[in-house]
Ligand binder design. Sequence first.
Ligand SMILES: Nc1nc2c(c(=O)[nH]1)N[C@H]1C(S)=C(S)[C@@H](COP(=O)(O)OP(=O)(O)OC[C@H]3O[C@@H](n4cnc5c(=O)[nH]c(N)nc54)[C@H](O)[C@@H]3O)O[C@H]1N2
Ligand SMILES: Nc1nc2c(c(=O)[nH]1)N[C@H]1C(S)=C(S)[C@@H](COP(=O)(O)OP(=O)(O)OC[C@H]3O[C@@H](n4cnc5c(=O)[nH]c(N)nc54)[C@H](O)[C@@H]3O)O[C@H]1N2
Ligand code: SF4
Ligand SMILES: [Mo]
Length: 866
Amino acid sequence: MTGIRTTCAYCGVGCGIVATRQGERGVTIRGDADHPANAGRLCSKGTHLGETTGLEGRLLHPMIGDRRAGWDKALDLVARRFRETIAAHGPNSVALYVSGQLLTEDYYVANKLMKGFIGSGNIDTNSRLCMSSAVAGHLRAFGEDVVPASYDDLDEADLIVLVGSNTAWCHPVVYQRIQAARAARGTKLVVIDPRRTETAEEADLHLAIRPGSDVALMNGLLAHCRREGLTDDATLDVPDGFWTALDADGDLWTTARTCDVAPADLHRFFELFAATPRTVTLFSQGINQSIRGTDQVNAILNLHLATGRIGRPGAAPFSITGQPNAMGGREVGGLASTLAAHMDFAPDNVARVGRFWAAPQMATKPGLKAVDLFRAVEQGRIKALWIMATNPAVSMPDAGRVRAALADCPFVVVSDVMETTDTGLHADVRLPAAAWGEKDGTVTNSDRTISRQRAVLPLPGEVKPDWWIVAQVAARMGWADAFAYRHPADIWREHARLTAYQNDGARVLNLKAHAAIGNEAYDALAPFRWGGRPFADGRFSTPDGRARLVPVRQIALAEPLRGWPMTLNTGRYRDQWHTMTRTGLSPKLARHREEPLVEVHPDDAATLGLTDGGLARVATPQGDSLFRVTIATGQRPGELFVPIHWTDRQSTGGRAGLLPRPLADPHSGQPGFKNTPARIEPVVPAWRGFLVTRDAAAALPDCLWATRVTVPGGALFELAGDGDPAALERTLPKGDRIEAQDPAKGTRRVAILRDGRVAAVLFVTRSGLLPARDWLIAQLDHATPGPALLAGRAPGTVVDHGPIVCACFDVGLKTIVTAIAGQRLVSVAAIGEALGAGTNCGSCRPALARLIATTTLTETADAASR
Ligand SMILES: Nc1nc2c(c(=O)[nH]1)N[C@H]1C(S)=C(S)[C@@H](COP(=O)(O)OP(=O)(O)OC[C@H]3O[C@@H](n4cnc5c(=O)[nH]c(N)nc54)[C@H](O)[C@@H]3O)O[C@H]1N2
Ligand SMILES: Nc1nc2c(c(=O)[nH]1)N[C@H]1C(S)=C(S)[C@@H](COP(=O)(O)OP(=O)(O)OC[C@H]3O[C@@H](n4cnc5c(=O)[nH]c(N)nc54)[C@H](O)[C@@H]3O)O[C@H]1N2
Ligand code: SF4
Ligand SMILES: [Mo]
């Protein structure tokens, strides 16, 4: 085999990849056919990882302020400031904020430093924002945070229910697996999501419930199963009054009203679930990211426990994780609320872990959870903060406030792979970490499969692995012996030993077999899943071995607030990852959704005067930001959806993080990102335009709306503004200039040539049309004649392919629609044969299916009106 087996950098599906180095920094990628998570498949993000391994924008040296510093100096400074702060203000005056994008080994070392040596619980992680409600729900029901499902269950299920999960975009390879199961055994698919996502579009049934009504739905379904005699709670711990309270919630019609769905649809779902013992309920952020997230999780767990849909093939509740190593972080105890190796802060656990670590100073109670942690920074109670592998200035709720807190914090350290991030701007010290392709260690995916990530590329510049950086600081704080790791395998063995240490079966997580593994065996480690089929024997990790049903009630859903009549939902795009530090480098991935859009129902758009393609300001009590409007029938009226990805690096607008409330679930501390009172109003700029430039790293032009789109050979900026567009000229590179103007329309076109080759073109207009961007982008660095450049198109005809649908083969919307109509293509496979679209990673297949449906409809409608 050529190439190195590793795992994808992105989502919790945890796909195996075979990566082959090409030249200095290049990597070619293919799916690993032997990996149990993906059997060779990859989605668009994994497929295009090779476009993101260059050194552009990387942080390559330690930095103190804006100056390069040697490692010794930077590490000494971090250790000294942490030591001094602790000496003056106690261990709780410092904190670490880490990430599900660290490897298990990195995570283990950071957790050990904080909880065993500094002696505070103040280490929390971005997983708090991601699946802490699932963790809290598992603990309440099972007594341990164990995901009782595996991907194999998806192959063996007869019904799959996706709740609050846009699987087709966020876990595409799992989605393909679901589609394969549907094709192979007729598995039914139900999607529960207020939005009609691409995932929902292909389902057998979509329940577009009112946001926040999931408890009503699950409780209603459980009551239905009880009435049908399908529940068996003999072996469960059932609190008094559990069943009577459930009955009091009312019948199908009441539930349908609460959830705002048709009673007939709800009935269909209830009957289907009741008739299907092999059911997997897969859930993610629509459930977790709510101020009632933990109760929502337990409503799902109650349903599965009481109907026996757990611990059996094809039957399980399945909390799917977001980040590549969210699960590994849970295993080492990287949340402020857990200790280590699936142990909590019970005194005997604290004593046990303390013995194991020979810890001088154990944390004895949970630390601050993310929202409270940044509040403590704001209030000056935390005076030294170290952030690793996460970008909270963008991703925390009420992010404007988080930025202000960071700016005021006396000492901020940021370990990142990128030179400039919105968070890094507030750092006193920046430490260059190894990126995907350079890192070496393990990750655990959504179904408990542990895989190796292996280095394909050498460490560039002075970059170091995260575990090394933490261990160095620990050593300089005085604990060299406890952190004397030389290889990630040293850490892995220690972690494995801790999971097995005095574990008499009380904890399912037990990696005993790995406690003495050699370095070579570690390097060669094949993917394996721990825990087998958890709870198959009916025994849970509670003291009496019984699972607990947790009484949960649907809270009254608030009426819209005065002045904030809309509800704002936030989430993800198919081809972008979080704050775009990596996916933002890929021209192919940029094409799916180039700008941050706000999706609005057509009725709302009509009432509020919003136009498709126009700009709008979305405001909440926390802040406001501009977005480009897209009218979407898949939105419920009164609800808006915006993506989370755009940062100050990428755009003057689209800053979703400024908008959500910093309110969190009382059990888990997970913020409610999906449901914020908001309003929206149109913004009509005086002029619109765009800039295409060879300078990929060009600063954002200073105007009302400027969004960077990575394109082959440079960058495209979409622009709009109110002031004098002449100010934009400052952003043009130097060179020979040609220009044309049309005063009647207020149009100005400028092209800059260097050595006769196109360096940049700028088009601005007050009332005219703008040409399609594709052809101009393709002219970068070409010796294109001036008149054609200023005309914005090739002499003769140009084909506008429309927005890219298939990122792998660059196939545009218009090309596809023309082919469907012209060649009478009736299936996704037929489109694949004709155009190649959808035949590689498959991420665009749901979009292709929709194009077939809508194109055929239009054709029929045209025919009928003729
Ligand atoms: N392309 C891509 N994939 C990713 C990521 C990425 O950034 N980009 N990030 C990864 C990470 S870390 C995570 S956590 C996952 C997240 O994966 P998902 O959870 O699938 O993604 P989201 O888009 O955050 O939200 C899912 C859905 O919840 C719905 N929802 C909102 N409110 C409610 C509600 O009240 N009830 C119900 N039932 N549904 C509701 C939203 O409309 C949305 O469609 O994705 C992972 N995969
Ligand atoms: N409004 C709203 N906000 C949300 C969400 C939402 O749905 N809506 N979802 C939340 C969820 S589920 C999540 S998971 C978060 C994600 O939010 P973040 O974690 O803030 O987002 P990322 O862009 O993944 O940030 C990772 C950072 O680590 C860097 N990095 C990458 N690899 C490494 C490495 O190996 N080592 C180091 N040291 N650095 C590295 C990257 O360059 C980047 O700066 O966002 C949360 N915020
Ligand atoms: S589904 Fe896509 S992003 Fe997720 S691990 Fe697989 S290839 Fe990577
Ligand atoms: Mo996440």
